[in-house]
Each structure stands twice: as C-alpha cells, then as structure tokens.
Design a protein around this ligand. Structure first.
Ligand SMILES: CC(C)(COP(=O)(O)OP(=O)(O)OC[C@H]1O[C@@H](n2cnc3c(N)ncnc32)[C@H](O)[C@@H]1OP(=O)(O)O)[C@@H](O)C(=O)NCCC(=O)NCCS
Length: 305
C-alpha cells in the first residue's frame, strides 16, 4: 500500500486558504482577543494589554531585524498570529496561536511552512528555525512533525503550569538545510501515529487482550508505544514504520490467574490503515518467545485523554 495517498496531506474539501501578513497597530484588538481565546493549559497567554501592544506595533518593535510578528489570515479573516524572535542570530524561535474555530484543518502546519519559506529566504544568516511545545501538546507536536521539524531536546521543568508545578517542553527545529531540501513541504511521508491512542477492537486469534490501550510516539519512521491491558503491564514496543507497515519488538509483564507474573518478549508486524469513519486502525500480528501468537485489530480513540 506504499502508493496509497497519505491522509495527512490529502487536502480535505474544506482546506482553508492561509497566508501571513505583517501585524500592524490596528490589529492589536483582535490579537489580544485571539491570545485569550487560543490559550490552553499547555500554551498560556502572552497577556498583552491592547494599548501597549498597539504602541509596540506602531513603533516597529515587531518588525525589526531581530523579531517579527505575523497575522495568520485564514480565508481572508484574521485567525491567529505567529511571533518570531532571535532573527539576528543563527537560531530564531517561533510561537503560534491559532483561533479555536479554525483548528484541526491544517492551518498550523501551513503557517510553519510559510514561516520557514519567508525567514530562510529573507534572513540569509538564519540557520535554524526553532520552537517548543509542552510535552503533552500533541496538536503542536503533530504540526512540527508535518512541517518537517525534528524533535531535538527535552527541557525538564521548563514551563510553569497553572498549579505552580513545572512541566517539560520538547524543543524542535527546522534547519536551513532541511528547508533547502524541502523537508517542510515534503508531506506524503506516511502515517503519523504521534500522540494517538488505540484501543482493542477485535481479537481474531490468540489470547484475549481485554482493556488494552496503546499510546504511540513517532519521529520520522521510528515508532515507540506504551501499552497496558487488564492483565498486561509496562508494555513497551519499538519499531520502524515503512509505508503502512510497522515492524516491531515488544516486552511486557503479564499477570496470570493466581497472581504469578512473567515477562513476555516478542515481535510483530502491524498494518496501519484508515477506516471509513476517519479513524486509524492497526491490524496487528504478533508472536512471543513462549510460542504464543495472535492477531488483533486496534482502533484509534478520538478522545484526547
Ligand atoms: C497547536 C495549534 C497551533 C495547532 O493549530 P491547527 O491549525 O489546529 O494545526 P493543524 O490543523 O495543522 O494540525 C493539528 C494536528 O493536531 C491534531 N490534533 C488536534 N487535537 C488533537 C488531540 N487532542 N489529540 C491528538 N491529535 C490532535 C489534528 O488532528 C492535527 O493533526 P493531523 O492533521 O495530522 O491529524 C493550535 O491548536 C493552537 O493555537 N493551540 C493553542 C496554542 C498552542 O498550543 N501553541 C503552540 C505552542 S508554540
């Protein structure tokens, strides 16, 4: 199925028209409103005061050699903004906010692609366009992946949360050579399982897998997954995804009746495909070192929790 069109880059019929323009003082009112509306527990407000922001935009604070502020226009309407700082150095950092009403339609990834095109063209000494995402901010991590950015770092205790505790952030970058190679617009790189959760749908062969829940992380072709089931603990899987085929090894602890436990090590092959209702499914065939084997189907859970 390597020639199957990739769902991620097949434009849906409602794919919006996205472009960036410079922010000006008159934009301050809606920028402040979008900043409030777009804030989530994983990406807080910038907390601007409208008059001060209008003055900064008027004075050119956000249109300098070092920093730039963009309005994100979606079908002609202002629906978000992007800020880029550090343009005078080799490393610039970007942050974006997209209005909730247009999320999930590919705006975020298109903004990153356009930021890369603009800044790598306009700033000839710029080597890296970087950004950060809270480690639970799956939408932003998927946006980075789709726009060719690589995850490079995990910053521990980097961002303060509402409860006063600190959480980790992941650092991403697109380099000038990534951009020159067109990685930011490559698309059609296959399935992205990153941040997605799957639950058991059907066991066609082998022992039952009641309560099985699997959470995937993916970077390029490398896939890892954590899973548990009613009688399975600490499941870890690692593999390589080629087209729609994931080849993997796994290890987990299994609890038997009577309370004894043992460790299972094994391997498997899983086909990824999309159902008619839009959910992904994983058709999985596995065997372990105790001679057990099975076939099962897992289906994507739409809830984010
Ligand atoms: C993160 C943000 C910029 C994404 O913008 P967007 O226009 O929705 O982005 P896209 O539509 O291009 O992509 C979003 C991806 O996240 C996925 N997604 C959304 N919610 C999800 C969830 N709860 N679980 C898993 N994936 C989710 C979407 O399906 C999409 O991926 P896919 O198309 O590969 O399936 C936007 O949600 C936002 O402004 N959030 C608040 C601020 C923020 O987090 N900023 C980032 C810090 S710099």
């Amino acid at each position: 199925m390597a020639d199957q069109p990739d769902h991620l880059d097949t434009p849906p019929s409602d794919r919006p028209e996205v472009h960036l323009r410079m922010l000006v003082a008159d934009d301050a009112d809606w920028v402040v409103a979008v900043d409030r509306a777009a804030a989530t527990p994983l990406a807080g407000q910038h907390g601007w005061e409208e008059g001060k922001l209008a003055a900064e935009l008027d004075e050119g604070t956000w249109a300098s050699d070092d920093r730039w502020a963009w309005a994100v226009m979606v079908d002609g309407e202002p629906c978000g903004f992007a800020l880029v700082t550090g343009l005078a150095d080799h490393d610039a950092e970007m942050t974006i906010r997209i209005s909730p009403k247009v999320r999930g339609r590919g705006v975020g990834r298109e903004v990153l692609r356009q930021l890369a095109d603009h800044h790598f063209s306009a700033n000839e000494h710029l080597m890296r366009l970087t950004g950060r995402a809270h480690e639970h901010n799956v939408p932003m991590q998927r946006v980075f992946n789709a726009a060719g950015f690589r995850m490079e770092a995990r910053y521990r205790d980097a961002v303060e949360q509402a409860d006063g505790r600190f959480a980790a952030e992941w650092g991403y970058a697109l380099t000038r050579s990534d951009w020159a190679a067109g990685r930011h617009r490559e698309g059609n790189q296959g399935y992205d399982l990153h941040g997605l959760r799957f639950e058991i749908d059907e066991v066609a062969e082998g022992p039952p897998a009641q309560g099985m829940l699997a959470t995937f992380l993916q970077e390029g072709r490398r896939v890892i997954c954590r899973y548990d089931a009613d009688r399975v603990f600490d499941g870890e899987l690692a593999g390589i995804l080629t087209g729609d085929l994931l080849r993997y090894r796994f290890v987990h602890t299994e609890e038997h009746r009577g309370g004894t436990t043992d460790e299972a090590l094994g391997r498997g092959r899983a086909r990824i495909q999309r159902r008619e209702d839009g959910r992904l499914e994983v058709v999985d065939q596995w065997s372990d070192d105790r001679g057990q084997h099975g076939r099962r189907v897992m289906v994507q859970r739409f809830s984010s929790t």
